[in-house]
Design a protein around this ligand. Sequence first.
Ligand code: ZN
Length: 189
Amino acid sequence: MTDRETLDLYEATGALLHGHFRLTSGLHSDVYLQSALVLQHPVHAAALGEALAAPFRVDRIGSVLAPATGDILVSPEVARALGARALFTEREDGVMRLRRGFTLPAGERCLVVEDVMTTGGSIREVITCAEALGGTVVGVGTLIDRSGGTAHFPVKRAALATVKATTWKPEECPLCRAGSTAIKPGSRV
Ligand code: ZN
């Protein structure tokens, strides 16, 4: 699946919008991404998961890990394509952990996946969690990379598409200054 095909799928399902948005963080942006809108269609989730798994087929992945909640729509499809397990981490007392009886055998080769990478912060937390349990993280895969090349990991990286998005503090937003109003997609006005 190419960069363009991935973005077409996101746009066709309303998961990628261009305009003037107010993000959950309070920042304004010219791009809005909501992967759940594309992943709600299992056929699309399967296609994206399989495409993201492809570069890691040679890596003998035992477990695919994702941070709950949004990214647990990605990991089962990637894991299915790799013949691996699909696990998810959850935050407990502010710390990312494997719960629900999930375990990692010592040296288990792990792939960490996320739908959209912005700063890579939660991926970093999942890596720390997996390594603390004795796993070996050998790859990081994201459907969309909007980090602008700022997120670095010392492992194999893959993204299906790269999105260039700018964010601004509301008082510095040029779109506001031009007279338009930021909207929050999905909320009723
Ligand atoms: Zn604005």
